[in-house]
Design a protein around this ligand. Structure first.
Ligand SMILES: Cc1ncc(COP(=O)(O)O)c(C=O)c1O
Length: 401
């Protein structure tokens, strides 16, 4: 049976009967993709400006990824972490050299990377249970990561959670300084907050975090799961501030579409992690690591960071001009290929209208349109998006008037 031949109605019906209701899925049935284009079950084409929520940095069906997948799966699909395999070490070396930190640990997802970071911080600070995180942050759905996620609605149904987490307002230096003390094990920050609505943390705030971490011995963790690996124009988002964390967590685009997360540790963690302290059956799978190497090779060889910088800056200017012409846009935030467009009302209906016009975009919070396009997205996709959004917002304004 060719799964792609299933009708959308049959796919939906089966899911409703057999899949747990964790997702409120959009009625959209993508079946194939190429570059920044997606084709649905009816053969209709769309610009993919969400990239599988920041995963598809190289777009869909990139020849380099397809080749790496074929080559490695012809050798080994899975190995476990009991034995040596070249691709894990090669990927670790690339990430370590590019970040200037010391070592990498591989897992399967963002939330697992943050769980591991929490544990490594405990090894650096035995007996210290405190964690300082930000309101509106998002670090994942497992209990540790959820405990430091600054959205009440995500946490509430699962309380009591991990104790000892203090939340402060993003970019409030005084609040951060007051919250961190000698009982703090780790400070978790996203240099650009994704689920929170694309909120860049100021260099001043990141510098303050480094300062209080140094003063108290708290481990400074930058969660770059959404904003890292080129999304904001440098391979790591922290490189724009020059503030170096003790730990970086990565996932999303790292495995080129396969599940792969990483924790990159700096000098503060050196010598602390011993065999048996942590582990995973699947993490650092040979195929996923091979894809990770292909992602890094392609970013480098095709100069995708330059592309993200130049085109991202141009797009930002277009969005700023659009805001001037449209009262319903409250604020435009972001850089590179990571943008949030805050509206004066709910984003979901606008996201639905954009989909109807052929643009796959996301939302964050109630009122932010979120864009995380592949790094290969052409300029005309951005230009067409601005035009489509302007038409939709124009209609909305007329409705309000
Ligand atoms: C900043 C950040 N951290 C952690 C996560 C969790 O990653 P995962 O869904 O792979 O567990 C996400 C996912 O959206 C994220 O954006």
């Amino acid at each position: 049976m060719l799964l792609h031949d299933e009708s959308p109605a049959a796919v939906e019906e089966r899911e409703k009967a057999f899949i747990l209701g964790t997702y409120a899925r959009t009625t959209f049935h993508p079946r194939s993709g190429k570059g920044a284009r997606i084709t649905d079950a009816d053969g209709r084409e769309y610009w993919d400006l969400l990239g599988g929520i920041a995963v598809n940095a190289l777009g869909h069906r990139h020849p380099r990824l397809v080749k790496a997948l074929r080559d490695e799966s012809n050798a080994l699909l899975h190995l476990s972490n009991l034995y040596y395999h070249p691709s894990q070490g090669l990927l670790a070396e690339r990430l370590v050299r590019a970040s200037g930190l010391c070592r990498a640990f591989f897992c399967n997802s963002g939330t697992e990377a943050n769980e591991a970071a929490l544990k490594f911080a405990r090894l650096a600070n035995p007996g210290r249970a405190g964690v300082v995180a930000l309101n509106e942050s998002f670090h994942g759905r497992t209990l540790g990561s959820l405990s430091m996620t600054g959205h009440e609605a995500y946490r509430k149904p699962f309380e009591p959670l991990m104790p000892g987490v203090t939340f402060v307002e993003p970019n409030d230096v005084a609040a951060l300084e007051a919250a961190v003390d000698e009982t703090t094990s780790a400070i978790f920050l996203e240099p650009v907050m994704g689920e929170g609505g694309i909120i860049p943390l100021t260099h001043e705030f990141l510098a303050a975090a480094r300062r209080v971490a140094d003063r108290t011995g708290a481990i400074l963790v930058f969660d770059e799961i959404q904003c890292g690996l080129g999304r904001t124009g440098t391979l790591f988002a922290f490189q724009q501030s020059g503030i170096v964390p003790d730990i970086i967590t990565l996932a999303k685009p790292l495995g080129g579409g396969l599940p792969l997360g990483a924790v990159i540790t700096g000098p503060a963690i050196e010598g602390l992690v011993k065999p048996g302290h942590h582990g995973t059956t699947f993490g650092g799978n040979p195929v996923a690591c091979r894809l990770g190497l292909a992602v890094l090779d392609e970013i480098e060889e095709s100069k995708l960071l330059e592309r993200v910088n130049t085109l991202g800056a141009w797009f930002g200017t277009q969005l700023a001009k659009l805001k001037k012409r449209n009262a319903s846009i409250v604020e435009v935030r972001g850089s590179g290929f990571m943008w949030g467009i805050e509206l004066d009302g709910p984003a979901k209906p606008v996201v639905a209208e954009l989909l109807a016009k052929g643009f796959v975009v996301g939302s964050a919070r109630e009122n932010v349109i979120r864009l995380l396009p592949p790094y290969v997205t052409p300029k005309k996709a951005f230009a067409e998006f601005v035009e489509a959004l302007e038409q939709i917002l124009g209609k909305l304004e007329r409705k309000v008037a």
